[in-house]
Write a protein that binds this ligand. Structure first.
Ligand SMILES: Cc1cc2nc3c(=O)[nH]c(=O)nc-3n(C[C@H](O)[C@H](O)[C@H](O)COP(=O)(O)O)c2cc1C
Length: 582
């Protein structure tokens, strides 16, 4: 029986009204301190544990074919997905869509320990709670035996639930500005799933998870030769309308979904298949917005399905989460576009020494390490290669940036503060990777003046990596990451330092979740890179915020560490059994 704990707050007369001040207030209030964690229940209320699987009772269910790895479309080599124009475009037909969802949001394994069994997914999630729900917005497509409409993806069954059918003409008009065979995907978050365990800090974790899911979807698209761009010009009300998240009547018993984002996905080259033969080359322009009037028309049809209830009862309402969700709500619509890619073929990246694994294999085998051996060092060339993958080439137009950085429309905001423990030929200590070279001066000015920004011996010139301090940072890293050993037993761990105050003041409070999306996307690349080199990674959402800033002398809110990550040689938990996903 769940205990009813009224975490009532007195109305706060001093509460800021400006949305930017409100999100900063949320951020400050949800920091972990050495002597005080952000507010949560403090124990797990098993009676109200949320169901990780949303279903829409009454919606038509369409199973997706369960493909074996060697069924078409077969995944390319892992390295190939990062190279433009190398992976041939798969037609948007049922097998392609099935593979897309499999590699973006499906189950990847089941674990059994004692009497407990739980599912893992391709996308990681804080506490394995999986607040993120995925949607497909499909026009009528030649060769695809699915009705035009909005579908919810059901990962447990690997199938689609038809929420509403679309008028084929209207959805065609909506997608007319996009390349042939374009479709949309949408993501929502069920905040309650994370708040159940993590309380007030849950809004952060939900948005990390959105970032990871943007990453898994972008990467899944890349395995099929498809491109993907976040439609970040769309107002959040419009996202809600298109995804049905504003339909109170369908969520009368089920916990609400917070509409996060929409993205367009399209086959990036010529597509030749049995039923389609599309020669469109590369688009000249991709709009980042959708016509809200057409979306109103689409949403006016009949809807099916009622969201299931995930927890019998909710012990505590975490109002601060609704408050930050409201403060960071994107009310504006920007009618902006990005230019199509100028280069059809990318140059091979300077480092490509990964084992010849298929992308699908790396994606499916990705797991979070629960402990590391505390011994194995990473080769420095591997370390540099891994860091190279997270460089977004900020100086290039969006669609010329390397996958997956072409998915985000904003200039990268995150830099890495690295705690190097075991990287061969590198002196242990503190390092910084500046992901946008333009930001080097501001980073330097924001940190302790006494830090010396030394180029790293042996590091390729293309990598803006600096060595700040020499020393054994293992204990510090563990301590900063909520005393978790994985931060010190690894080859390295890191904090993701986001340009914070300036971004919010410049772009608006709705930038706040986006900073976490970028952090999650970064984490996703680190997860896969670690797997590809035979090691393993783990995202770390639990860390002591300000003590991280103090180490490098960051004051105020110019930069904030938003997410931590660690990579090393994993030690398997032999007590757990791994079973197939389906
Ligand atoms: C945003 C985020 C924060 C996380 N924080 C931690 C953490 O602080 N400590 C930890 O051991 N694992 C952490 N994890 C790993 C999750 O526990 C893991 O993703 C989840 O259990 C699912 O397992 P899988 O990644 O193997 O699929 C985090 C994952 C994410 C995505």
């Amino acid at each position: 029986m769940a205990t009813e704990i009224p975490l009532y707050r007195e109305p706060d007369e001093t509460a800021p009204t400006d949305p930017i001040d409100r999100v900063i207030r949320y951020h400050v209030q949800t920091k972990h301190h050495f002597n005080r964690y952000a507010r949560s229940l403090g124990h797990l209320d098993w009676a109200s544990q949320p169901d990780p699987f949303r279903r829409y009772d009454g919606a038509l269910f369409v199973p997706l074919p369960r493909l074996r790895p060697d069924d078409e479309p077969v995944s390319p080599f892992y390295d190939a997905i990062y190279q433009r124009g190398v992976v041939p475009s798969t037609p948007v037909m049922l097998p392609g869509l099935s593979r897309f969802f499999e590699l973006a949001l499906a189950l990847s394994a089941r674990k059994r320990g004692g009497s407990m069994q739980w599912a893992l997914r391709v996308n990681p999630s804080s506490g394995n709670l999986h607040p993120t729900e995925g949607y497909l917005i499909l026009p009528q497509m030649e060769g695809l035996d699915l009705r035009a409409g909005l579908y919810h993806y059901a990962p447990k069954e690997h199938g689609l639930e038809l929420r509403t059918e679309f008028d084929a003409g209207v959805v065609a008009r909506l997608l007319a500005p996009f390349p042939a065979q374009s479709f949309l995907i949408g993501l929502t978050s069920i905040h309650w799933r994370e708040a159940w365990k993590y309380g007030e800090r849950a809004f952060r974790y939900c948005n990390h998870d959105v970032g990871h899911a943007i990453g898994t979807a972008r990467i899944a698209a890349a395995t099929l030769g498809w491109s993907m761009v976040l439609l970040d010009g769309v107002a959040q009300d419009t996202v809600a309308t298109l995804l049905g998240a504003d339909r109170g009547e369908d969520f009368d018993v089920g916990e609400p979904e917070h509409p996060d984002c929409l993205a367009v996905v399209w086959p990036s080259g010529d597509v030749t298949g049995e039923a389609v033969d599309v020669k469109h080359g590369e688009p000249t322009e991709i709009p980042l917005f959708l016509d809200p009037a057409l979306i109103q028309t689409l949403a006016a049809g009949a809807w099916r399905g009622r969201a299931n209830r995930l927890s019998g009862e909710h012990g505590v309402q975490w109002e601060i989460i609704d408050e930050v969700a409201a403060a960071s709500w994107k009310t504006s619509q920007e009618q902006t576009s990005v230019a199509g890619p100028t280069a059809r073929l990318s140059q091979l990246l300077p480092f490509t020494n990964h084992a010849a694994s298929s992308a699908g294999q790396i994606i499916r085998q990705r797991r979070s390490a629960v402990s590391f051996d505390g011994k194995t060092a990473m080769a420095s060339a591997t370390f540099f290669q891994l860091l190279d993958r997270v460089l977004p080439a900020a100086e290039l137009p969006q669609l010329d940036r390397p996958m997956p950085w072409d998915v985000l429309s904003w200039k990268p905001a995150i830099h890495l503060l690295l705690f190097v423990h075991r990287v061969a030929e590198l002196t242990p200590g503190l390092y910084v990777l500046v992901r946008d070279r333009e930001k080097l001066p501001v980073l330097q000015q924001s940190m302790n003046e006494e830090l010396i920004w030394t180029p790293v011996p042996g590091c390729p010139e293309t990598l803006p990596l600096y060595w700040l301090l020499e020393g054994d940072a293992k204990k510090t890293a563990v301590q900063l990451s909520c005393h978790q050993d994985i931060a010190g037993d690894s080859a390295f761990s890191l904090g993701m330092l986001a340009e914070f105050d300036g971004r919010l003041r410049e772009g608006g409070a709705w930038q706040y979740p986006r900073l976490f999306w970028e952090a999650g996307l970064l984490g996703q690349i680190l997860y896969l890179e670690a797997e590809a080199v035979g090691m393993r990674g783990t995202g770390i959402g639990c860390f002591f915020d300000d003590p991280v800033h103090e180490i490098i002398g960051v004051k105020g809110h110019s930069f904030q560490s938003l997410y931590h990550f660690t990579v090393g040689q994993p030690v398997e938990d032999k007590r757990l059994m791994t079973l197939p996903a389906y």
